[in-house]
Design a protein around this ligand. Structure first.
Ligand code: AMP
Ligand code: ZN
Length: 112
């Protein structure tokens, strides 16, 4: 499958590993939108949040926890924002589930 984030997960495309275990990987976003902008992905290919299945709930919980590990390591004590863009209306551009971790500045609401 020609999936950018599967290639990153497999190591075929090298990135800085900010957190990694057997199920998930965190790496810097190539086009950061905040002082801290990290992507956290499951190594298993799930094309979007909308495609996550009941069988994936343990993985999804682990993914959410792993984002917290990165936030703690980055000392985002003032808080942070998590974003999961989903589908065309959600602004998703890479069809492999990922959580954006944004921090290091105050976020705006509502988002664009
Ligand atoms: P989304 O628009 O939610 O699908 O997010 C995709 C994100 O992937 C964007 O923020 C891009 O900047 C980021 N991105 C694309 N290619 C790479 C790459 N090679 N390494 C790291 N981040 C990337
Ligand atoms: Zn993939």
């Amino acid at each position: 499958m020609d999936c950018l984030f599967c290639k990153i997960a497999s190591g075929a495309i090298p990135v800085e590993h900010l957190y990694e275990d057997e199920r998930v990987l965190a790496f810097p976003d190539i086009n950061p939108q905040a002082p801290t902008h990290v992507l956290v992905i499951p190594k298993q290919h799930i094309s979007s949040h909308a495609e996550a299945a009941a069988a994936d709930t343990d993985l999804l919980g682990h993914l959410l926890w792993a984002v917290g590990e990165v936030a703690r390591a980055k000392k985002l004590d003032g808080g942070y924002r998590l974003v999961i863009n989903t589908g065309p209306d959600g602004g998703q551009t890479v069809d492999h589930l990922h959580i954006h971790l944004l921090g290091g500045r105050a976020m705006h609401w509502p988002p664009g």
